[in-house]
Design a binder for this molecule. Structure first.
Ligand code: BGC
Ligand code: ZN
Length: 391
């Protein structure tokens, strides 16, 4: 067997030039709606990362979400400089197949998930908190200005690749969405250190989609009493899953957020908003307890306007010392936290995470089915592409 170093050289020699190894990838033409397609591109090689720090990962699974839908609709996303296409996919899971000579953090065979954001130039980017960038331009693999993971292989620096224990391999494609929740909740607790003796008991999650379910999980793992508000009438898979966590599901069809259920089960010390509907933010502000914290995670691209009882909301916030925080993306720290919570979840609620993986689609060549499932499947919690089998 060749040594890592000689493999590196061999790969380096083949480069990305004409005649080198190719692979399949799913891409879109940003700016033009409905352009998703499969294409052959050069397979990345270790030498493309300087200093012998390349890690080549074979992609096993990639999850898709609303962001991918928006990218295909050309509402979002940009191609990397020098390209007219963007390889999509930001929720990755794979296995290391090759490492450069200066990589000690990861080894061939490791299961891994890659982070999404890449650093820009602000001071936050420079200390590894690239999710807190103040730059106007931000780089996200599979979303904005950087190619994503819906391909047979990807290459990156170990700084952006997080190891996952083999015991989580069947559910690790859920790590990236989990990190969005981890960050929001960790930030909320960090903010609440202002209170010195904060002892949250009651939490609410607005929205019972993938993010809402994962938020309910993480809050239950922290020992909180959790109420999840969703639009769909119970029972259905999501409300069952919520109840299996020992949380409560309330359908807003019969119990509006600010009705009887908030009087009975609220007000809430922590609220995680994940409905995608900005109007819910203002109801959430009113369901928040004194000294409470409201976490906003919905990326609302529209331009909706509503009327709100501004004086009352403001008064309650002022008199109740309440706080509201926006959150997006996650850095490596939250991926590591997510791994721990997923392992905790597997021992506390065995099999629960697996049940979120409702809609697998086999093979990159089935991109159309993947997209159709993402846009039309009823009851889907997580749609994902099984890019390759784990062999
Ligand atoms: C991704 C985040 C990303 C956000 C905005 C979400 O779908 O999960 O990582 O920051 O979109 O681009
Ligand atoms: Zn996402």
């Amino acid at each position: 067997m060749p040594t890592t170093a000689s493999v590196t050289k061999l790969q380096a020699g083949s480069g990305m030039n004409a005649g080198s190894a190719t692979m399949k990838a799913i891409a879109v033409i940003p700016g033009q709606p409905n352009t998703m397609h499969v294409r052959d591109i050069g397979r990345p090689t270790l030498d493309q990362i300087p200093g012998g720090r390349g890690v080549l990962v074979k992609v096993l699974r990639v999850g898709v979400d609303g962001t991918d839908k928006e990218i295909n609709a050309a509402e979002y996303g940009a191609a990397p400089p020098g390209f007219d296409y963007l390889i999509t996919g930001h929720e990755s899971f794979g296995r290391v197949v090759e490492v450069g000579p200066s990589v000690s953090e990861l080894a061939v065979g490791d299961y891994v998930v890659a982070t999404v954001r890449r650093p820009g130039s602000s001071i936050y980017d420079q200390i590894g908190t690239y999710d807190m960038t103040t730059d106007d331009l931000y780089y996200e693999r599979g979303i904005n200005l950087r190619h994503g993971y819906l391909s047979e292989y990807y290459l990156d620096d170990p700084e952006y690749i997080v190891k996952v224990p083999p015991g989580l391999k069947d559910v690790a494609v859920l790590l990236e969405p989990t990190t969005v929740v981890e960050k929001g909740i960790a930030q909320a607790y960090e903010i609440q250190r202002r209170l010195r003796v904060w002892r949250p008991r009651k939490a609410a999650v607005m929205g019972a989609g993938t993010i809402g379910l994962l938020a309910a999980l993480v809050l239950r793992l922290r020992g909180l009493e959790v109420t999840v508000f969703g639009r769909t009438a119970a029972p259905y898979l999501n409300s069952d899953l919520i109840e299996e966590l020992g949380a409560r599901y309330e359908s807003t069809v019969t119990s509006p957020i600010l009705g009887e259920s908030c009087r009975r089960h609220g007000p809430f010390d922590v609220i995680f908003e994940a409905t995608g509907a900005s109007s819910v933010v203002f109801e959430s502000m009113r369901a928040l307890a004194k000294n409470g914290v409201l976490v906003l995670s919905s990326v609302t691209g529209g331009d909706k306007t509503i009327q709100v009882p501004a004086d009352r909301i403001n008064l309650e916030f002022v008199l109740g010392n309440k706080v509201m925080v926006g959150t997006v993306n996650a850095n490596r720290e939250y991926f590591e936290l997510g791994v721990k919570d997923m392992a905790h979840a597997e021992s506390q609620y065995p099999g629960w995470l697996q049940r979120l993986l409702t809609h697998p689609v086999k093979g990159l060549e089935n991109w159309k089915l993947l997209l159709d499932t993402l846009t039309t499947a009823k009851g889907a919690i997580k749609v994902y592409c099984e890019v390759a089998e784990d062999r």
